[in-house]
Ligand binder design. Structure first.
Ligand code: SF4
Length: 319
């Protein structure tokens, strides 16, 4: 009760970051599973979480999606969806060998990074992949040319990573990294390898960039920032870090039930955003709770207007 009273006394304003929540790649991936369930009926098998969000996965599971870690858990002949984060060629081959009917929900912006990996490795470069170890996206990209791609997860590795020929080096970036952090790593690589070549357009995707720009502006005006997203969502975790670097206290919450009232004591303005895999309804619930707590003003900082959409893979389009 005391925690509730302290929070209610202090919170006056909610400042929403825009854009926030679903990106085009996540909307497409969810639609792929929904279409597969409609067309083929349950169960539909999905390799890994379709997107990194607890609520999305729970909703689809309730409708008949079965989430598995690896293809050997998929029965012969079962409709199988690859997640938005992409898969390595070895996984594609394994599915083809078993003649599994596959629908690929890999985000087209991840597919672009895979194509660059093949191109750079194919011309003989050592490819430096700036990204986090163990993330499904980096695992998939590394799988394009394991012998030629080296992972660079942090500035220390950028200072020590070895290449075969310094005149033939290129880089790629995981789509959901923090823009400022990746830029620091890239500066170090450029200093060590002046011939470093890169992709024609940024690998960090529009959705990641826009959400980070928006939360940076919000964090500068907020006492605390709530980031709606799941603990395994790379872009949500980056939003927390970016908000902290912009000067606010920031917390990741899977849903409104995870908000700790003690975080709000003494906070006049509460910023709210959501990772690209977090449903907008979860943000609405957080805002409703803050309003119920006494926030009288809800406004929005718009950093960019997004109008990106991706067509569905042909196996998921309406006949
Ligand atoms: Fe695609 Fe970017 Fe969304 Fe990932 S965050 S699914 S790369 S648009």
């Amino acid at each position: 009760m005391a925690e509730w009273a302290a929070a209610a006394d202090s919170v006056h304003r909610v400042l929403l970051a825009s854009p926030r929540s679903f990106c085009a790649g996540v909307e497409r991936a969810i639609e792929v599973v929904e279409q597969a369930l409609r067309r083929h009926g349950p169960p539909v098998y999905v390799r890994k979480q379709i997107v990194h969000n607890t609520q999305v996965v729970a909703d689809l599971r309730a409708r008949g999606a079965v989430f598995v870690d690896e293809l050997d858990e998929v029965p012969d002949g079962a409709v199988t969806v690859f997640s938005a984060h992409g898969v390595s060629p070895a996984v594609r081959r394994a599915a083809a060998d078993r003649r599994l009917p596959v629908i690929d929900a890999t985000c087209p912006l991840v597919t672009k990074v895979h194509a660059e990996a093949r191109r750079f490795a194919g011309r003989g470069d050592t490819v430096l992949l700036i990204g986090h170890a163990g993330h499904e996206e980096t695992e998939g990209t590394l799988g394009e040319a394991r012998e030629r791609i080296r992972l660079v997860p942090d500035p220390a590795t950028a200072e020590t990573v070895q290449v075969d020929d310094p005149s033939r080096v290129s880089y790629l970036v995981q789509t959901t990294l923090a823009v400022d952090e990746a830029a620091g790593i890239l500066d170090a690589l450029r200093r060590r390898f002046p011939a470093l070549a890169g992709p024609g357009s940024d690998d960090i995707c529009y959705a990641t960039t826009n959400r980070q720009r928006a939360v940076t502006a919000v964090a500068a005006r907020a006492d605390v920032v709530l980031v709606v997203g799941s603990a395994n969502s790379s872009n949500s975790l980056r939003l927390v870090e970016v908000a902290e670097r912009a000067g606010a206290r920031a917390h990741l919450v899977d849903n409104v039930g995870c908000v700790d009232l003690r975080w709000l004591a003494g906070a006049t303005t509460v910023g709210v955003t959501a990772g690209a895999s977090a449903p907008p309804a979860l943000v609405d619930e957080v805002v409703a709770a803050l309003t119920a707590l006494g926030a009288r003003e809800v406004s929005e900082h718009v950093a960019a207007v997004e109008d990106v959409s991706f067509t569905l893979p042909k196996e998921a389009r309406q006949p």
